[in-house]
Design a protein around this ligand. Structure first.
Ligand SMILES: [Zn+2]
Length: 281
């Protein structure tokens, strides 16, 4: 009888913990997509290659290095007549001296799910301040020198837990493109979906900034969830800064800035929403 009571108590405690986690996640989801208050985003830098030059770069970082992203969300929000003037505010957090878990097989949904759980636990253990995470986004940015002709690992953003891991170059000249990657992962945390295909090319029309443009190529700007500017059907180039990146109506709908993307498209141009999109990473 005693044993039974003890087991019941453990089950009850577990159920309470699960219910708490579910409500916590639901509040994070609703708050981050309501856009009633400025969404706070904290960047926690990590030295990804252990090099001295990377340490110096991280030591030189300031919150204002991320303010171009705030200026960009402000500019894009104005285009969609969002009521809040400043949708986001980035600040720099303390350096983290641990490496987050790595997702080895992004194409495998079970591996992605398991990685997501491990990342949430890792972030719970290694967030270097004690501020509440209920209403803020944490982005762990892993800086490294980068090798010639070697791409950085794929950055990832998680909607559940408002978390992201971004791989970036520890180089001032790369800062504008780092900010594109950071903005991209931020938008994943609030519901946006990738809009490029397996070949890296933006998907038409979802991944285009101006799908109605005539002639279609070359495009002048990139859509944030594609990141690349299509120059032809088979060629695209990464945008050099957020000045050449926009949020298109489909992404605006995914992040809950607008209800119906059709209303924001010129003329008779319609985006087919039912077409298949790549996985959310
Ligand atoms: Zn992505």
């Amino acid at each position: 009888m005693r044993l039974f009571s003890f087991a019941s108590l453990r089950v009850s405690l577990l159920l309470v913990a699960l219910a708490f986690a579910a409500f916590y996640t639901l509040h994070q989801y609703q708050f981050s997509r309501a856009w009633h208050k400025t969404l706070q985003i904290v960047v926690f830098p990590i030295n990804g290659d252990g090099r001295e030059a990377t340490s110096r770069y991280i030591a030189s970082l300031r919150s204002k290095d991320f303010s171009p992203i705030d200026a960009w969300t402000q500019r894009e929000a104005a285009r969609y007549h969002l009521l809040i003037e400043r949708p986001t505010q980035f600040t720099l957090g303390a350096e983290v001296h641990e490496q987050p878990p790595i997702l080895t097989d992004a194409a495998n949904p079970w591996a992605s799910l398991w990685w997501g759980l491990k990342l949430r636990w890792w972030a719970f253990l290694h967030t270097p301040d004690s501020a509440s995470n209920l209403e803020r986004v944490r982005l762990f940015v892993i800086y490294q020198q980068g090798e010639k002709n070697q791409a950085l690992p794929h950055s990832l953003g998680l909607q559940k837990g408002l978390l992201g891991v971004v791989y970036a170059y520890a180089d001032t000249r790369q800062a504008p493109q780092n900010n594109i990657l950071i903005a991209h992962e931020l938008l994943h945390t609030v519901g946006a979906i990738d809009k490029y295909g397996h070949n890296g090319l933006p998907v038409f029309p979802h991944g285009y900034a101006e799908p109605q443009r005539s002639p279609l190529y070359p495009q002048r700007r990139a859509e944030i969830m594609a990141g690349h500017i299509p120059l032809s059907r088979r060629r695209s180039v990464m945008a050099d800064s957020l000045r050449r990146v926009i949020i298109n109506p489909l992404t605006a709908q995914e992040i809950n800035w607008i209800e119906a993307p059709e209303a924001h498209l010129p003329g008779s141009q319609k985006i087919t929403l039912s077409a298949g999109l790549p996985n959310p990473y």
